[in-house]
Design a protein around this ligand. Structure first.
Ligand SMILES: NC(=O)C1=CN([C@@H]2O[C@H](COP(=O)(O)OP(=O)(O)OC[C@H]3O[C@@H](n4cnc5c(N)ncnc54)[C@H](O)[C@@H]3O)[C@@H](O)[C@H]2O)C=CC1
Ligand SMILES: O=C(O)C(=O)COP(=O)(O)O
Length: 522
């Protein structure tokens, strides 16, 4: 019987023809309700979507025959990738299919907003030849600030240079080499960039960390008359705050392709002629759709045929040795902790694994890198693209097996920019135990929120920490104290049940005279 593929968002006919030509049965069913999707998805071997279909954990659990989900575009934020990995389902995308289109749409919105083209066009269509109403701004010799210097941000930088703009940027994960190659002056904080920009364009992923990254506090720091463009994701800009600053005349104009309420057109910006609004059209060109539709069809067919899928975004891009697979969460966790300890993505990573998990260093490296980059929505690291991803972020990686597993069945140890962490996964429960951090030996199973302090080992210190956290209503669920043979200081790892504010952390740090403190979120 032919394998069945469900396509729930429109892709080009050429993509559908490739699949049918290979003998697959293809059902195109657009606009399914969540319930309709849940009811039918179990019958299919593969699913192809764009951004409209929400592939939730529930959908993945109902997709009992599914082997691969193809995203005919770049961003997989409508797909629960972790759930797919847990169910052994590959997720792949076409990561460069629409980036030129998105970059060109950004320039189109920038020019339209700066020259009020939609309002002028609407006036002409209404029979009004009113030249005096419209007085725009040149791009030439203006400062463009790009937030997010990834694939699309980089293409926008190249195009902005052609207009004679000065290009500055903010992206905590962009290497100095990439910024210099793009001709972008990189700044370390948003606060330095906001006051100097005449134009601002946003190309960051939508994550907890970028939600309302541009709110009243940020608009207040901008130059009067700034033009703002968002072709990234709705919610990165607080639309209410933007409309307040437009109403006050502080923001000259904006160009917005992505609204928080998508797929609705509801936004407070709708009342402004100078808000140029488009309904998520960044990828809507024939060229981008041809690349996305044709390639996703090829990759999904490859996945079903057991061939290499070059753009897998989750970790199951190949048959993974079971012992190594058990260490994927440990490596992801350690990678994430390392980035948080370093307070930035480290630039050099060395991984040593010993014991039975060390059979597949490629998987362990990719998992660690995905953890290192995951905090800002950069988790699209697979065994296929790990090397390229590391290069793009300027990270030097090396991995090796070692024979001494220090008495554990398996252990992974990593060092990144001089910071160390080791973890093991004992027993059947598959809990990740961190057994060393920064050289301090301990044994702790990290929870969702943790605090780490290093301090002089003196009586009363634990009581001081407990008292302050108790006063603040923060429960400590578990605690481990790590020691180092060469040092009179200790390290405490506190799993806490809620996230303490930076003021609370500072209070604790002062009370114990901590030499270092970190809040870790996993
Ligand atoms: N309008 C449309 O139709 C399309 C929209 N997109 C959206 O465009 C955005 C960019 O896409 P790509 O360039 O492909 O992504 P990318 O992953 O190549 O680049 C994103 C960049 O943002 C940076 N970043 C992350 N958090 C940041 C922060 N807090 N501050 C500053 N920089 C931060 C990352 O380091 C990375 O360099 C995404 O939101 C994507 O969803 C993508 C394609 C089409
Ligand atoms: O690829 C992306 O990230 C996009 O935002 C494009 O989405 P679409 O395929 O047009 O629904």
């Amino acid at each position: 019987m032919a394998m069945k593929i469900l396509v729930t968002d429109k892709i080009v006919d050429e993509g559908i023809d490739i699949l049918k030509g290979k003998g697959y049965e293809v059902d195109e069913r657009f606009g399914l309700s969540p319930n309709e999707l849940l009811e039918c998805v179990g019958a299919y071997d593969a699913l192809i979507v764009r951004s409209a279909t929400q592939v939730t954990r529930e959908v993945i659990e109902a997709a009992t025959n599914c082997k691969i989900i193809g995203r005919a575009g770049v961003t997989c934020d409508n797909i629960d990738v972790d759930a797919a990995s847990e169910h052994g389902i590959l997720v792949c995308n076409v990561p460069t299919s629409n980036i030129v289109s998105a970059a060109e749409h950004t320039m189109a919105l920038m020019l339209s907003a700066a020259r009020e083209i939609p309002a002028a066009d609407a006036a002409m269509h209404a029979g009004k030849f009113s030249r005096d109403r419209f007085m725009g701004h040149e791009l030439y010799e203006k400062t463009l600030a790009i937030f997010g210097l990834g694939r699309i941000g980089g293409l926008v930088a190249e195009r902005a240079h052609a207009f004679g703009m000065r290009v500055v940027g903010f992206d905590p994960y962009c290497s100095a080499a990439r910024a210099s190659q793009l001709g972008v002056t990189l700044f370390d904080s948003m606060d330095e960039v906001l006051p100097i920009a005449d134009f601002i364009t946003v190309h960051v992923p939508r994550t907890d960390g970028t939600y309302h990254m541009f709110a009243a506090e940020q608009f207040a720091q901008m130059k009067d008359g700034v033009v703002i463009v968002n072709t990234a994701r709705g919610g990165v800009i607080d639309e209410k705050a933007l409309s307040d600053f437009m109403a006050a005349g502080r923001v000259f104009a904006c160009g917005i392709d992505m609204l928080e309420a998508e797929p609705s057109a509801e936004t407070p910006l709708a009342e402004f002629d100078r808000a140029v609004l488009t309904p998520h059209l960044g990828a809507n060109t024939l060229e981008a759709q041809m690349r996305a539709g044709v390639n996703i069809a090829r990759y999904v067919a490859n996945g079903l045929e057991g061939l290499v899928v070059p753009t897998v975004v989750n970790m199951v891009s190949k048959e993974v040795d079971e012992a190594a697979a058990a260490y994927i969460p440990a490596c992801q966790m350690c990678g994430s902790v390392l980035t948080q300890l370093a307070r930035e993505v480290p630039k050099a990573l060395s991984i040593v694994a010993s014991g039975s998990c060390a059979g597949d260093m490629q998987v362990l490296s990719a998992a660690t890198l995905s953890g290192m980059l995951s905090r800002e929505g950069q988790a699209s690291v697979s065994t296929e693209n790990a090397d390229a991803s590391a290069r793009r972020h300027g990270i030097k990686m090396e991995a090796q097996q070692a024979s001494d597993s220090r008495g554990y069945d398996s252990i992974v140890s990593m060092e990144a920019d001089g910071l160390e962490i080791s973890a093991t996964v004992p027993g059947a429960h598959r809990e990740v135990h961190v057994v060393s951090i920064l050289g301090y030996r301990l044994d702790v199973v990290p929870g969702d929120h943790a605090l780490i302090f290093t301090y002089a080992d003196e009586p009363g210190q634990v009581g001081r920490m407990g008292t302050i956290l108790g006063e603040e209503g923060i429960n400590i669920s578990t605690m481990a104290i790590g020691k180092r043979a060469d040092c009179r200081e200790v390290l405490v790892f506190l799993n806490v049940e809620s996230e303490p504010s930076s003021e609370v952390i500072e209070r604790v740090a002062q009370a114990i005279d901590a030499t270092n403190s970190w809040a870790i979120r996993l």
